[in-house]
Design a protein around this ligand. Structure first.
Ligand SMILES: Cc1ncc(COP(=O)(O)O)c(C=O)c1O
Length: 417
């Protein structure tokens, strides 16, 4: 038995079922990470073009993040969320330093799902309304609260949770009810406008519209230009809170700090997570003061909110993003990767994306799974998502070197061409 087999067996013997597995047939056992690489228990290196589920934006174990964690661990690890700390002030200043104005207040969360739940709770409190508009293909997280707004019914059915939203088809230019129409974004907006403004539509006026500016797990779907602006105008007109879920597409991933920056549209509330913690669990809700000062004290708490280690790691990760100009790097390398893949993979259904956030849409899940496996055998890890599980997702660390990225792309072309 290999070390990896032993590890998998020790876990399998005692773990409850239901945990997600990836990179089948046998999941890679992670033993060590650095930069854009992962080593398994046998010491085999993998190039991780998925950044551990779009988390390692600044790279794994970035020396500055590691140093910040070490230093903080020597001073204070836990600080209850009810107690202010200088670290928390530092983090807020950094988060707002990269937030699109006029977003000027922060509430912390631990996971992306929790940040999305906080956003919906706040929108409800502020508007006195309760329903939510979301989109097919959306992935807001799996907690009982967040999963109510997930596009995939199957996520809820496993938990016996009912949907709690009006779902609008996401304007996917490649695969949506309006694909092929001149502007699927316009079509989605018309449908939503009717739902929100026709008194006979049967749709409750929503507290908020919750939307990913680029859908991540939905398959790296970039909506048509003008869609986010249309949502902004419709929300203004109907006094609906506009929430952007930037948990996956934000923090430099798309070649701008936030995916909504491409369209110059600012939401009322914005959720961030994944890469922002530099590899530790941290998420946040950013928003406009008017909304963010709705609650009385004690509405928001969780034991480990503002825990000192993720707070220190997030401060360092934000500094690294800025100082190493990783957003520009994401834009430059992403444009190169997109051109290469579009040129060299003409037979693939759709190759799309922004920055270092790319989706390769294949005909079906089997093809995508086989490609993911073949890449894994070549030592390259990629993600897989999409409404049918048929989209390969490339979201490498933004620190990836040019030639290393090209090596990964060579492998992808070889497997898919
Ligand atoms: C867009 C988006 N929102 C929310 C989440 C949920 O975040 P978490 O897994 O940290 O709860 C994810 C996770 O993949 C995501 O991609």
């Amino acid at each position: 038995m290999t070390s990896s087999e032993r590890v998998r067996e020790r876990i399998r013997a005692v773990e409850g079922t239901g945990m997600r597995t990836f990179w089948e047939p046998e999941p890679v056992v992670w033993a060590r990470t650095e930069g854009c690489h992962v080593w398994d228990a046998e010491g085999r290196a993998y190039l991780d073009l998925y950044a551990g589920f779009a988390v390692a934006n600044v790279g794994y174990c970035h020396p500055r993040v590691t140093e910040a964690i070490r230093e903080q661990a020597g001073v204070m690890t836990h600080c209850p969320s009810a107690a202010p700390s200088e670290m928390r002030a530092e983090l807020y200043e950094r988060l707002l330093g990269i937030a699109p104005p006029p977003l000027d207040r922060v509430l912390l969360a631990i996971t992306g799902a929790m940040a999305n739940e906080t956003a919906v709770q706040l929108a409800r409190a502020a508007t006195g309304r309760r329903s939510v508009v979301t989109f097919s293909g959306a992935y807001p997280g799996r907690t009982v609260g967040a999963v109510r707004y997930a596009g995939k019914r199957a996520y809820r059915e496993q938990f016996g949770v009912a949907a709690d939203a009006y779902f609008v088809p996401y304007p996917d230019p490649y695969r949506s009810p309006w694909a092929g129409e001149s502007d699927p974004g316009e079509a989605a907006l018309r449908l939503l406008e009717n739902a929100l403004t026709d008194p006979a539509s049967g749709v409750e006026p929503p507290a908020c519209v919750l939307v990913e500016p680029i859908q991540g797990n939905g398959g790296v779907v970039v909506p048509p230009h003008g869609f986010l602006r249309g949502l902004r105008e419709l929300c203004d007109r109907t006094e609906t809170v506009l929430v952007f879920d930037e948990i996956q597409c934000g923090f430099g991933r798309s070649g701008r700090v936030w995916a909504c920056d491409h369209e110059g549209v600012v939401p009322d509330l914005m959720t961030v997570g994944k890469g922002i913690g530099g590899g530790l669990a941290l998420a946040a809700l950013l928003g406009r003061s008017k909304l963010m000062t709705t609650w009385e004290p004690d509405a928001v708490t969780s034991t480990f909110l503002a825990n000192a280690l993720p707070t220190a790691a997030a401060c360092a990760a934000i500094d690294v993003l800025r100082e190493e100009e990783l957003v520009e790097r994401s834009a430059r390398l992403g444009a190169h990767a997109l051109t290469r893949l579009q040129d060299e993979l003409a037979g693939v259904g759709d190759v799309r994306g922004r920055g270092l956030f790319l989706g390769l849409e294949l005909d079906d899940a089997e093809l995508a799974t086989n490609a993911q496996r073949a890449l894994r055998e070549r030592g390259v890890l990629v993600g897989r998502g999409g409404r049918y599980g048929n989209v390969l997702i490339l979201a490498p660390p933004l620190v990836i070197e040019d030639n290393v990225l090209d090596g990964g792309l060579d492998a992808a072309v070889e497997v898919l061409a």
